[in-house]
Ligand binder design. Structure first.
Ligand code: NAP
Length: 322
């Protein structure tokens, strides 16, 4: 079975299995991205706030210059940071990302979060003396979206979209947009299957990308510091039983379940063996009975891991989404 794409309303094909890069250090990411490209990853997910676009750009340039890859083979996604959620700063941050990635265009540019930080030169995470984020409460989604539309008009971003927005916020953008969002990137995994939001987006022809598709040990480690614990998806007995039946790993079952719903997934791994496994999910199909078993693991809102509680003071922003 060949690899699956998720088709954007622009006509572009986004590979359903992408490579997440959050929390990968520069040193590990350079060799990890080389390995990922060797294993066949072509959809790369980053963000200006991950502070790794320069390393990604360096590796991509080597592959493009050597002719091992053509630009059109790649699908590169990055995101406008919360400090850039001001209409006059959209282009500045977009250009900064494009330059760091050493590309002439992005395949998809997302607004990373619906809330905004105050813009402080050289500080992507401005806080006060109590460690609370300096939020900018005057965020104007429609005015920001107009700037995003211009990037797509000019071909600098082949598609534009949103991340971490809720239904109300997405609806307002759609109702006022000339260029509709092509994609929504949100937390999505078997414990938090986002059924209502996925249905809402489907009706509006917005594709979905699942972040933290394996339950994100990165985020859960933050949450543990706040005294909150989350069950480990990868050791769920139902998942392990299905994995055994298909001769696959737990991670492969979790990812296959997402992709079989027509949703893209962007697991992060810097481990060669695990990244290989994560993209090797196109030679089997979950049966309807097994899909139902996995569907039944959904905890709804209780399954959400990433509620940004680790960013103090954010819930004071009027556009805090959850
Ligand atoms: P994730 O992909 O669900 O989990 C990553 C963790 O799982 C890493 O600790 C990784 O460790 C481990 N892992 C990977 N494959 C595995 C496997 N097959 N078996 C066991 N463990 C495995 O979490 P995430 O990094 O939070 O999310 C993925 C990507 O989504 C991010 O990298 C980022 O690109 C994006 N993201 C976006 C947002 C947003 O706000 N838009 C938020 C969070 C994440 P090793 O590296 O050691 O394998």
């Amino acid at each position: 079975m060949s690899k699956i794409n998720v088709n954007l309303p622009t006509g572009a094909a986004m590979p359903a299995l992408g490579f997440g890069t959050w929390q990968a250090t520069d040193e590990e990411l350079e060799s990890a991205l080389n390995n990922a490209l060797e294993c066949g990853y072509r959809h790369i997910d980053t963000a200006l706030v991950y502070e790794n676009e320069a390393v990604i750009g360096k590796v991509l340039k080597q592959w493009l210059d050597s002719g091992r890859l053509k630009r059109e083979d790649l699908f590169v996604v990055t995101k406008l940071p919360p400090s850039g959620n001001h209409p006059c700063l959209v282009r500045k941050f977009f250009t900064q990302s494009l330059d760091a990635l050493q590309l002439e265009y992005l395949d998809l540019y997302l607004i990373h979060t619906p809330f905004a930080f105050k813009y402080v030169e050289g500080n992507l995470h401005p806080t006060n003396e109590d460690g609370e984020f300096l939020v900018d409460i005057n965020t104007d989604h429609i005015a920001i979206w107009r700037e995003m539309e211009k990037l797509q008009d000019e071909g600098l971003a082949k598609a534009i979209g949103l991340s971490n927005f809720n239904e109300r916020q997405i609806k307002r953008i759609c109702d006022n947009a000339r260029v509709k969002p092509s994609n929504l990137q949100v937390e999505l995994h078997v414990y938090f299957q986002q059924r209502p939001l996925v249905e809402f987006c489907k009706q509006r022809n917005i594709t979905i990308t699942a972040y933290s598709p394996l339950g994100s040990r990165g985020i859960t480690s933050f949450m543990k510091k706040l005294g909150r614990d989350f069950p480990d998806l990868l050791s769920n007995p139902v998942i392990l039983e299905i994995a055994k039946k298909y001769g696959k790993s737990a991670g492969q079952i979790l990812l296959r379940h997402i992709v079989q719903r027509g949703i893209a997934a962007i697991p992060k791994s810097t481990n060669q063996e695990r990244m290989k496994q994560n993209i090797d999910i196109f030679d089997f199909e979950l049966s309807p009975e097994d899909i139902t078993k996995v569907d039944n693991l959904d905890l709804g809102e209780d399954g959400r891991v990433c509620d940004f509680a680790f960013f103090k003071g954010l819930n004071k922003h009027p556009e805090f989404p959850f």
